[in-house]
Design a protein around this ligand. Structure first.
Ligand SMILES: Cc1ncc(COP(=O)(O)O)c(C=O)c1O
Length: 380
């Protein structure tokens, strides 16, 4: 079976994990600090800008908690994103407001953002879709004009850049995921980059229940702490951080393989006509981190698309869908806010007519040749 994802983690991590077990320090340890330092240096950031977390969802939720997002607030986001982008807003009792995406890239249609801004809008959350970053300069211009915060959901796009600057470093906050299907993994895990020190210090405490002194070995009287703010347990463990340290050493290599696979794949698909390829490749203004290869089928029928996925599965190819519904069309959001599908035509086309192929480092050119052969057989 050609799997959609199969994380390849450096085996040297085994001895590190053995060391953690022998030492008996599983949280609040040196490796989490080391991972945070190394990740900061990858992004070219100074101290006190980046924190590890337990997931991208946790990162988003922590940021919204830190700015005091409540039921009177709205956050604008793309309809074409993972449900976590919206759930993090819902978790604060606030309302996600959805904007359709561009059909060409799957990124939010920036031209449609301003129309959705109301007195209640507090924030714009940008999902960088499938490794291709959104034009953050344009987004920041809109945000400055309306005095809004900007969050970047960079779950799928660590390593992508706009100009020379990494996606996730343009907004007030950038959230990252290290789930096993992502560009690099820590098992489960995440990180958050913060522009200002106040947010950094507050979130540092909030990811550990709001403790005044989070790390037990920094407390003068063992076991004694106070709580200065609301908080949750959104920490990364030492085992996860150990995996992350090795993954970071290989991030450039991993993105390079993805890039090679992507261009090899699209070259082989050149003369085929029954689909369009979602454009996530780099150009002069940005570089992609190449999450997957997505085809939008010309035949506009969800049941046809689903049949294609099942036929591919039969032929030993595991596909995925990014994402299976526009978020406002998911049962929970549809019931609650009564959005109409007609407002999200591009997102619907991608959600209901697309299929995504793997291009991660476990994929070899011979796998791509096989996938192309099956595309020719099944889609034509
Ligand atoms: C755009 C986006 N945001 C957030 C998430 C959630 O990430 P995590 O599983 O780390 O919470 C995902 C997961 O796939 C995602 O695709």
């Amino acid at each position: 079976m050609i799997k959609f994802a199969r994380p390849i983690v450096n085996k040297r991590v085994f001895s590190k994990i053995k060391g953690i077990i022998n030492k008996g320090i599983f949280v609040h340890g040196e490796l989490t600090n080391e991972f945070e330092k190394k990740l900061s240096s990858y992004f070219g950031l100074n101290n006190e800008k980046l924190l590890s977390t337990s997931s991208c969802t946790a990162s988003l939720h922590l940021y919204y908690l830190s700015i005091g997002l409540t039921e009177n607030d709205e956050v604008i986001m793309s309809a074409q994103t993972h449900v976590a982008t919206a759930h993090a807003v819902e978790a604060c009792g606030a309302k996600p407001v959805f904007v359709d995406c561009e059909l060409k890239t799957g990124n939010i249609d920036i031209e449609k953002i301003e129309k959705k801004i109301t007195k209640k809008t507090k924030c714009i959350c940008i999902t960088h879709f499938l490794g291709r970053p959104t034009d953050m300069r344009k987004v920041n211009r809109i945000a400055r004009k309306h005095n809004l915060k900007v969050v970047e959901d960079t779950a799928l796009s660590i390593g992508s850049k706009i100009g020379r600057k990494f996606a996730g470093t343009f907004g007030d906050a950038g959230a990252f995921s290290f789930h096993p299907v992502k560009i690099i993994t820590t098992g489960e895990g995440g990180a958050i980059i913060l522009k200002n020190k106040r947010d950094f210090l507050l979130i540092k405490s909030m990811k550990s229940f709001g403790y005044d002194i989070a790390s037990p070995n920094k407390r003068k009287i063992p076991g004694s702490y106070n709580v200065n703010s609301f908080g949750l347990n959104y920490r990364m463990s030492e085992m996860e951080a150990a995996i992350g340290i090795y993954e970071l050493q290989e991030i450039q290599k991993k993105i390079k393989i993805r890039r090679k696979n992507y261009y090899y794949f699209i070259k082989k698909l050149q003369n085929l006509k029954n689909f369009k390829i979602l454009e996530i490749g780099s150009d002069k203004t940005f570089s992609s981190s190449y999450y997957c290869l997505t085809l939008i089928l010309n035949k506009k029928s969800k049941s046809y698309r689903d049949r294609v996925i099942l036929k591919m599965k039969k032929m030993g190819i595991q596909l995925s869908i990014y994402y299976p519904h526009p978020v406002p069309m998911l049962n929970y959001y549809k019931k609650k806010y009564k959005y109409s599908k007609n407002n999200f035509l591009n997102s619907s086309k991608i959600a209901y007519n697309s299929i995504s192929f793997p291009i991660a480092p476990h994929i070899k050119f011979k796998d791509i040749d096989y996938m192309v052969k099956q595309i020719k057989n099944i889609i034509g």
